[in-house]
Every structure is written in structure tokens, then in C-alpha cells.
Design a protein around this ligand. Structure first.
Ligand code: ATP
Ligand code: MG
Length: 579
């Protein structure tokens, strides 16, 4: 087994920003060139370029299996396995453009399937392995899945009983096939062994569809989002600018590949960079995570505010007892990262947390506390080079107005044309078209931009609370509650009111060991009123042990509201059943 690259002991904490502040899409595209006729293929950029070059013996993937034992795959080995898988698909009759789904966690077969599928020119669509049968079925039907790669357990429990209702699903391939594959399925490693390890990469173009991802379903029924091979240009550029990633890094993205972060930054970006990616097959465990950071000498870590807040809840002593000298850059995505978490990171890990913002539709990080910047605690950062952002207001009857005053608040819009911009919602052209106006993509997220150009997340347009003529973003209130030392988590939503339209209600998760009583409630009311003013501070505060969250760790405010108000719960397919 090859040890991972050992960063030098004297590597300073903090960003290295190796490629300078002027690294942009053109430079990234030029670095990825190499296919004939200006072709572009994510698997070529991420694997073959290195498998055939000087980095062929560098560790591409360090996988931590269920027993905790690491196993390494070099770029050359990954190149051969993905060639084999592309040949398997070809022999099964899978054509370019057809869709290969996975229902796997962070398993070697996940990485080989993703990159082998892209190499063939087919589309890759990962699903969360914790989905129940119905969310799996509806996504595979909508996405016209031709192939599914999954585990024996998943197949027997979820897929086999509903297989007759998925007539388009021609092949099911079982990844853990040591006991042989069940009837009507094929065995992943046997197929791989029987096929050639030579495979020319498909002649895909930048505009060829490559990835299908479903959104988190935070605000409604999840949407299928389509991305092309050109997205890799943005994965590469943003990995340099927002994650400070370089070829000698050991990079750990903790997201599940069923969420777009887990594919674009958990698979593609670190490999494009020629770095080593850490893939941990197990689920969150704060202490084990600290040990992984230490033992595998992680240098760059990309995680979520939920994980950070769960670590904060445990107390500093638990987290501090490890050696983080190699860890030099930490980034976070998915939800607002409160200012306290940024500074807490600096205290316990020796380097601050860098929040960044993007969504399934944007395909890569758009706005970030960039490697070249001193992070601004509580802000999601500034647009990456090549990304033009604006704060806009939708006009009645169509069209938008661009707001330009310091401190302006409105919807975050992005100028059309960046490489990873989504190319459609699955089977919903009309909805796609509604996302654009006057050459801008409208994100559905409300933000504030201050006089220095920092963007501050206010809330989702769908979650906005309208109270006595104010438009209130729940995030602003949650942020204030999170700043109180007794609060571990908080979710805020609007309660209908006959006079002022809506009042603000907060549900607070107290820190362990805190007594959730009247005195604490009064104290939180006073704290919120002091900072937010009485018009915006929550009228009601309730306590709970946990908040409903999506599998990607986002608070489902629509569900929290429905539960608190006794309303129908709506689509629950993305709800994290462990919470
Ligand atoms: P759906 O569109 O189905 O409701 P979703 O929007 O949660 O689900 P994703 O595309 O996974 O699905 O998440 C993107 C959203 O996550 C963003 O639009 C934003 O609301 C939120 N988000 C991402 N990063 C940040 C951040 N740094 N700060 C605040 N919010 C963030
Ligand atoms: Mg969304």
C-alpha cells in the first residue's frame, strides 16, 4: 500500500494560493486541454491526464473501509479500473447519453462507476444510499435509469421488490459481490475482471451532458439538474480559488456523493487537481473525524456547517486532543456558517473556516471566502473571478431591476455563461426558463451585499417571512440565536397572523447540559430583541432536541413549520431519517 503524500512538517497553516489571484476559467480550460478536436471529458481531465503522466503512481483515492483499514488506489490503477468499467458498459450495450445510477455510499465502486460512466460518454446520477424505495423509484423513473450500481443489501431490501415497476432498468450491478450476484443482477468486480483495461475516452464535447443531480428538496419536490462536461473547468478553477487545492494536498470532502458537493468536490475536483482524496465509508462521528484528520494528514477539508456545529456541541476539549498541524485550509458549504463557527475553527484547528455558496443549479462554487482573502466571519464571501453576481428585484409582470446601493438586499443573480451553469431541469423546460431574466440566472436565494462587496445570506425566497410589511430572512434570526452560548441549533419560520400577515417563530435546540426552561426562553427572547429589535425578533420560541434536516444537512423549514402548525408535511423524500 502506498502511503499518502506527506506534506512537509513546516508547511504553514492557512492558504497557499499557489496559482495566484489571476487563475480563471480560461487558464483552467487550457490546463485541461488534450483531447482531439477541442473535446472535453471529465474522466479524461480527472483520471487519464494523470494516469498516463508523471502522477500515475500518486495516490488518487485513499479509501477507509468499514473496518477502518485504509486502501489506496493510484491514478494508474484508477485509470485501468475506469477503462474496464467503461468497457463493461459498452459490452452491456449502454450507449452514450444513457444514464447510469448509483445507490452506494463512499465505496470504491462509486468512484469507478462515476468516472467509467463519464469516460464512455454516458451520464452519471448518484442517489443517496439512505433513500427509501419510493424516492429511489421516482428518481430512477424520471431519469430513465438504464443501469444501477448498488450493494447486495440495498438491492434485496429496496430494488428487487420494485424492479417490475422499472422496465427501463436494463442492468443492476452489485458492487459487494463476494457471495456472487443475486438472480437478474451482475457482479461488479467479475465484470471488471473480464474486460479490457484499455479504453479510448469518448469524444465528448464541452456541451455533452455528463451529470444528473437531484436537488436537496429543502423547499419542495427535488428537481433533476443536468450538467455538461464543461462543468469540469469550473470545478478546477473553483478548487484552486475557493479551496486552495493543489496536487500535493490530501483533500477530504465529507459530503455524500448523493449530493452534488460529494460528486463535484468529493470526486471530480481533487482528481482533476492530481491530489489525494480521502473517502470515508462511515458516517459522521465527531471524534473519529478528528482522528481521520490527524491520521491521514488531511491538508484541506471541505465540510458542512451541520458537522461543525455538531462538533462545537461536544465541547472544545474533545476536539482539541488531536494533531492538526497538517490541516491548513477548511471550507464549508450548504447552509449559513455563523460567525462563531468561523472563529471556533481558528481556535481549535488553528485555521479559520471559509464559507462558500453555490447550489445544484450553479454546478460549482460561485461565491466564497477565497483563499486569497482574509475570511469575513458570517459572510459567504465574494464572487469568484469569472463569476458576475448581482442583487436584483423581480418586477411585477416580469423582468428584474439590478440593485446597486451599499447594503442592498434582494435576490442573488448570476450573469449567464459560466462553465458549470446547469443546462436544464429534468423534464421541465418551462421551470428552467423561469429561472432566467435579461441574461441573468435568478437563484431563489435572498442576500445582502455590503459596501465592501461581501455577500451575506438572508434566506431562501421560499422561506422568507412577511411580517408587518417587513421581509424577514429566517437565517438572520437563526444566526443571532446561534450566537447565544446555550444554543446548538435553531430554525425559524413564519406563523400566519390575521393582522400582520406572519409572526416569527423559532425552534431552538439547546446545547447538551442546558436546561430548556422558562428562564432560558426569556433570556433568548431578550437576547434576540436586543440585537434584532422587537419587530423582527421571534414572537414565540419553542425547544426541541433536533431539527428536521435534509440528507445534505439543511434545515427543512417548510417541514418544521408544517410540524409546528399541524399542516400536511409535503415531500419527505430527502428527510434525514437519522435525525
Ligand atoms: P431545493 O432546491 O430542492 O429546495 P436545495 O436548494 O437545498 O433544495 P441544493 O442545491 O443542494 O438544494 O442547495 C443549494 C442551496 O443551499 C442554496 O440555494 C442555498 O439556499 C443553500 N446554501 C448553500 N451554500 C450556502 C451558504 N454558504 N450559506 C447559506 N446557504 C447556502
Ligand atoms: Mg434549490
Amino acid at each position: 500500500m502506498t502511503p499518502p503524500p506527506t506534506p512537509r512538517q513546516d508547511v504553514p497553516h492557512g492558504p497557499h494560493n499557489r496559482q495566484g489571484a489571476d487563475f480563471d476559467f480560461d487558464k483552467a480550460r487550457a490546463a485541461l486541454a488534450g483531447l482531439p478536436g477541442n473535446g472535453l471529458n471529465i474522466a479524461h481531465s480527472a483520471v487519464d491526464r494523470h494516469a498516463e503522466g508523471v502522477r500515475r503512481d500518486h495516490v488518487a483515492i485513499r479509501w477507509i473501509g468499514p473496518t477502518g483499514t485504509p486502501a489506496d488506489l493510484t491514478y494508474r490503477q484508477l485509470g485501468e479500473s475506469t477503462n474496464r468499467f467503461a468497457n463493461v458498459l459498452r459490452q452491456l450495450g449502454v450507449g452514450s447519453g444513457e444514464k447510469v445510477f448509483t445507490l452506494l455510499g463512499r465505496d470504491p465502486a462509486q468512484y469507478i462507476t462515476a468516472l467509467g460512466t463519464l469516460k464512455l460518454g454516458a451520464m452519471f446520477c448518484p442517489l443517496f444510499s439512505v433513500f427509501g424505495p419510493e424516492p429511489i423509484r421516482s428518481r430512477m423513473l424520471a431519469g430513465e435509469a438504464a443501469v444501477l450500481v448498488t450493494s447486495r443489501r440495498q438491492y434485496e431490501r429496496k430494488i428487487a421488490p420494485m424492479r417490475p415497476s422499472l422496465p427501463g432498468l436494463a442492468h443492476v450491478i452489485i458492487a459487494d459481490d463476494d457471495r456472487g450476484a443475486p438472480p437478474s443482477t451482475e457482479s461488479f468486480w467479475s465484470l471488471l475482471d473480464a474486460s479490457s483495461d484499455v479504453c479510448p475516452v469518448a469524444a465528448t464535447r464541452p456541451e455533452t451532458p455528463a451529470l444528473l443531480h437531484f436537488t436537496s428538496g429543502t423547499t419542495g419536490i427535488p428537481k433533476g439538474v443536468i450538467h455538461t462536461h464543461d462543468a469540469v473547468v469550473a470545478h478546477y478553477a473553483s478548487a484552486v480559488r475557493a479551496l486552495d487545492l493543489g496536487p500535493e494536498d490530501v483533500f477530504w470532502c465529507t459530503a455524500d456523493p448523493g449530493w452534488i458537493t460529494g460528486t463535484c468536490y468529493g470526486i471530480i475536483a481533487p482528481l482533476v487537481m492530481g491530489a489525494t482524496l480521502l473517502a470515508d465509508s462511515a458516517e459522521f462521528d465527531a471524534v473519529r473525524w478528528c482522528r481521520l484528520l490527524q491520521d491521514h494528514q488531511v491538508t484541506v477539508w471541505y465540510t458542512s456547517p451541520t458537522a461543525i456545529r455538531m462538533m462545537m456541541r461536544l465541547g472544545d476539549e474533545v476536539i482539541r486532543g488531536h494533531d492538526y498541524r497538517r490541516l491548513r485550509f477548511i471550507a464549508s458549504v450548504g447552509e449559513p456558517l455563523n460567525a462563531e463557527a468561523v472563529t471556533w475553527g481558528e481556535q481549535v484547528f488553528g485555521t479559520p473556516l471559509h464559507d462558500n455558496w453555490w447550489q445544484t443549479e450553479t454546478g460549482s462554487i460561485m461565491i466564497a471566502n477565497q483563499a486569497s482573502m482574509q475570511p469575513m466571519p458570517g459572510s459567504m464571501g465574494k464572487p469568484l473571478p469569472g463569476i458576475e453576481a448581482a442583487v436584483v428585484e423581480r418586477k411585477r409582470g416580469g423582468g428584474i431591476e439590478i440593485l446597486d446601493t451599499p447594503g442592498c438586499r434582494g435576490e442573488l443573480a448570476l450573469r449567464v455563461g459560466w462553465p458549470s451553469m446547469f443546462q436544464g431541469y429534468l423534464n421541465d423546460r418551462e421551470r428552467y426558463e423561469r429561472c432566467f431574466a435579461q441574461g441573468w440566472y435568478l437563484s431563489g436565494d435572498m442576500v445582502r451585499r455590503d459596501a465592501d462587496g461581501w455577500y451575506w445570506f438572508v434566506g431562501r425566497a421560499d422561506d422568507a417571512i412577511k411580517s408587518a410589511g417587513h421581509l424577514i430572512g429566517p437565517t438572520e434570526i437563526e444566526r443571532v440565536l446561534l450566537a447565544h452560548p446555550a444554543v446548538a441549533d435553531a430554525g425559524v419560520f413564519g406563523v400566519p397572523d390575521p393582522i400582520i400577515h406572519e409572526t416569527v417563530k423559532a425552534v431552538v435546540v439547546p446545547k447538551p447540559g442546558t436546561v430548556a426552561d422558562e428562564a432560558l426562553r426569556r433570556e433568548l427572547h431578550a437576547h434576540a430583541r436586543r440585537i434584532l429589535g422587537p419587530a423582527i425578533a421571534p414572537r414565540e420560541i419553542a425547544f426541541r432536541d433536533r431539527l428536521p434536516k435534509t440528507l445534505s444537512g439543511k434545515i427543512m423549514r417548510r417541514l418544521l413549520r408544517a410540524q409546528e402548525l399541524g399542516l400536511p408535511q409535503g415531500d419527505l423524500s430527502s428527510l434525514d431519517p437519522n435525525l
